[in-house]
Structure formats: structure tokens, C-alpha cells
Ligand binder design. Structure first.
Ligand SMILES: Cc1cc2nc3c(=O)[nH]c(=O)nc-3n(C[C@H](O)[C@H](O)[C@H](O)COP(=O)(O)OP(=O)(O)OC[C@H]3O[C@@H](n4cnc5c(N)ncnc54)[C@H](O)[C@@H]3O)c2cc1C
Length: 396
């Protein structure tokens, strides 16, 4: 197992760190450490301009192949990119769903027309995407989606009806990728389609959901005879499950590996507060801080272990399957530790609106870490079935 990056990779690290130092200034300086999970509602317009700044430097979509405008970076370099991005305190990416999910999916499964139509806006940081998977009755059980797509011969368009929920950043997005049933009589993962749907049209209504943090980063999205061009289904009708699962592979993949640097920033803040308010004198708190530190190191070396198996085809070792479960649980524990260190200062008003400090916000948002992108329980199923080869969960 390798424990260090190569000289070439370290030179790349210096390049991205230097660019961020030179460019995260002026109007963008206020965005430092803003816009991350729990803070995604902040500075949307400024963060969209930051996306365009990144694009000027060719720092959007760095993992995409060069032929599609990316940098074609190796997995190692992508991890370095995300590490340095977080270390510099660069803002939460408004474009992360397009860059990390929609784009790679269109590249892998889309038609040439779809690539030409959608990739340039993502690359340029001018068009933003949201993810229309979850529904009131279909979260972990994604194959249970009820939203329907019917092809209308007269208009030559797909007509979409149904409801999505928890759609992050839908209110800031130009497009949504929607999993919908193309065969109304189908069940489970059969008869689905994967659609690229324009948000700004009469048939789409976005209703914000107020979160425990008092903010609204995600939404309910209603499709009432929303239209989608015939050419905007990815793959064939009925192929939707394959495309949707391909996308989840990107979601749980490489972009999450670099987030340890952001976690380090948070842990540093927690340690600083513990020193300042005297909590660090409590041996139990000290022990938990040490455990948090060890957990972060474990994450780091596990990443290196996964990268050691890079087969050059962009795929990670099987160990990658443990990653989501590990970081989500670690982060939840850090949120609880932050609250214990804050003591009475952690209390909030019984109802919104309230001003949260960063650690209160961290604690409240980490309640969702073990849910989104696949719950802890689902991650355990994945580890058991795909990683350890155990028998599949019975389905009734
Ligand atoms: C902050 C946040 C942002 C999100 N953003 C988006 C987004 O942009 N787009 C989108 O489409 N979705 C989004 N989601 C939704 C997210 O993907 C779902 O919440 C998640 O998949 C869980 O589904 P559910 O909420 O329906 O819970 P359920 O699936 O109803 O699960 C409830 C409980 O049952 C357990 N459970 C369910 N099935 C099993 C099983 N087979 N074995 C063992 N335990 C099981 C779960 O682990 C959980 O504890 C977001 C969620 C959050 C919290």
C-alpha cells in the first residue's frame, strides 16, 4: 500500500493550491468556508459566479475526460484537488451535482446530442442540476418510484407526472435528472426511464422544505404534465435503473474521498473551542477528541488503501464500499462532540427563525449524513452483499 503521492501529483497539488490562493480573493473572499452542508443556502449568486471563475481556470469537471472539456485527472489527482479545495476553505460547490453526477452519467450513458447539449453548461459553471430520485414512498427503496413518463405521439414529447422529495438545490437549478416509470404496469426496477428535465417550465413546481437548521436547501418538486423532449431520455425506455445505479456509483465515489480536509477544518474548530472554554480539561472530552483525530487518520489511510488499487479505469478497490458508512458515522459523532463542548451555548430557540453558529449548524446537519446518499443501514447491506459476498437481503 502506498502512503504518499508521487512527485508529479505533489506538483499538481502546488498548482491547484496556488490557483486557489490567487483567486479566492476580492469578491470571493467572503465565500471562504461557506456554502457547505447545512450552509448551502448561503450566497447562491456569488457561488454561481465562483463556478464561472473556476471554469476560467479549467477547475470545473476535473475528472471528466479531456475530449469532453475536463482535465482527465487520475483518481489520485482528483483526491488532491478536493483536498486542496477544502484546505483553502473554498466554497461549497453549486455545481457539484452537474459536475459529479449528471455530467459523468451523460458521458457514460448519454447520446452524442445529449453530450453536446448539456456538458458545456456544466463545464462553464452556468447551468446547474438537481437530482430527482427520492419520492415520498421511494427513498432507500428507489425501485418503488411512482412518477410516470408517457410518450405523447402528437407532440413528440415525454409527459411527466408525479412528485419528488428532498430535491437539494432544485430552486437554484436549470435541470433535474428524473427517474420515472415509462411502463405504467411495471414494478420494481423494470420499466423505468432516466430523463433530463428542464426546471423552468409551467409543469414544474418547486416547494421548499424547511429543515431543522431553519433553512431550506431541499425541496418537494411536483411534475404536472411537465414536458421532456424525445431526445432527453438517457438510454432506452426501460433502461432507467441501469443508468440510475451507474450514477449512484459516481455519487459514492471519488469526490467524497477528498472531504477529509473539510472534516479536519471542522475538527480544528471544535478543538479550538474546547481549549478556549475549558472543556478540553475534561478527560472524557479529551478522549473523544483523540478518537475523532484517530478516525480522521483512519479515513485518510483507508483512502490511500483504496487508491493503491487504482486499476487505471477510474474504479476504486472494494474497500471503497465502507467509506460512506464510516465518514457519516464519524461526522455524526463529531456533531455530538461539538454540542457537548459548547455546553449550554449549544441550546437553540424552540422554533425558527434563529441564528445558528457554525457548530450548532454542524450538529443539526450531521443528523442527515447517515441518511442521504444511502442510509447507514443500506450501506451495511451493500458492504455485506457486494463487498463480502453474503447472501442477498430477502425481498417479499
Ligand atoms: C440532506 C438530504 C439531502 C437529500 N438530497 C436528495 C436529492 O437531492 N435528491 C434525491 O433524490 N434525494 C435526496 N435525499 C433523499 C435521500 O436519498 C433519502 O432520504 C434516503 O435515500 C433514505 O430514504 P427515505 O428518506 O425514504 O427513508 P426510508 O427509505 O423510508 O428509510 C427509513 C429507515 O428504514 C431503513 N431501511 C429502509 N430499507 C431498508 C433495508 N432494506 N434494510 C435495512 N434498513 C432499511 C433506513 O435505513 C432508514 O433507517 C436527500 C436526503 C437528505 C437527508
Amino acid at each position: 500500500m502506498k502512503l504518499q503521492f508521487s512527485e508529479k501529483d505533489e506538483a499538481f497539488r502546488a498548482e491547484i493550491a496556488g490557483w486557489l490562493k490567487d483567486n479566492l480573493t476580492g469578491e470571493f473572499a467572503q465565500l471562504k468556508f461557506r456554502g457547505g452542508p447545512g450552509d448551502e443556502h448561503m450566497f447562491p449568486e456569488e457561488r454561481k459566479r465562483w463556478e464561472q471563475k473556476l471554469a476560467e481556470g479549467r477547475w470545473t469537471c476535473v475528472g471528466w475526460p479531456e475530449q469532453y472539456g475536463g482535465r482527465g485527472l487520475s483518481i489520485e489527482q482528483q483526491v488532491i484537488f478536493y483536498e486542496e479545495y477544502a484546505r483553502a476553505g473554498a466554497p461549497g460547490r453549486m455545481g457539484h451535482i452537474g459536475d459529479g453526477l449528471a455530467g459523468p452519467t451523460i458521458i457514460a450513458f448519454g447520446s452524442e446530442e445529449q453530450k453536446a447539449k448539456y456538458l458545456p453548461g456544466i463545464l462553464a459553471g452556468t447551468e446547474f442540476w438537481c437530482q430527482g430520485y427520492s419520492e415520498p414512498g421511494a427513498g432507500s427503496d428507489l425501485a418503488n418510484v411512482k412518477t410516470k413518463a408517457r410518450f405523447d405521439e402528437a407532440s413528440g414529447k415525454w409527459i411527466i407526472n408525479g412528485q419528488k422529495v428532498w430535491t437539494s438545490l432544485a430552486h437554484e437549478s436549470e435541470y433535474c435528472f428524473v427517474v420515472a416509470r415509462t411502463d405504467p404496469d411495471s414494478v420494481a426496477h423494470k420499466g423505468l426511464g432516466f430523463f433530463l428535465v428542464k426546471m423552468d417550465q409551467p409543469g414544474v413546481t418547486v416547494r421548499p422544505i424547511e429543515q431543522i437548521t431553519g433553512t431550506s436547501e431541499f425541496n418537494e418538486v411536483f411534475f404536472d404534465d411537465a414536458e421532456c423532449d424525445a431526445g432527453d431520455i438517457v438510454g432506452e425506455p426501460g433502461d432507467g435503473w441501469k443508468v440510475a445505479m451507474g450514477l449512484l456509483g459516481f455519487e459514492r465515489g471519488v469526490s467524497t474521498l477528498g472531504q477529509q480536509m473539510a472534516f479536519q477544518n471542522e475538527l480544528d474548530e471544535v478543538v479550538k473551542l474546547a481549549r478556549e472554554n475549558g472543556a478540553a480539561e475534561d478527560p472524557q472530552i479529551r478522549q473523544r477528541l483523540a478518537q475523532a483525530h484517530i478516525g480522521l487518520k483512519l479515513m485518510r489511510y483507508n483512502s490511500m488503501r483504496m487508491l493503491s488499487g487504482d486499476k487505471g479505469d477510474g474504479s476504486l478497490q472494494k474497500e471503497a464500499l465502507i467509506y460512506k458508512l464510516y465518514w457519516a458515522s464519524w461526522h455524526r459523532d463529531l456533531g455530538e462532540l461539538a454540542v457537548d463542548i459548547m455546553g449550554p451555548e449549544a441550546n437553540i430557540l424552540p422554533e425558527a427563525p434563529y441564528e445558528l453558529n457554525r457548530l450548532q449548524s454542524l450538529f443539526l446537519f450531521t443528523r442527515s449524513d447517515t441518511i442521504y446518499g444511502g442510509t447507514n443501514q443500506i450501506q451495511r447491506n451493500i458492504i455485506a452483499e457486494r463487498g463480502l459476498g453474503m447472501p442477498k437481503e430477502p425481498k417479499w
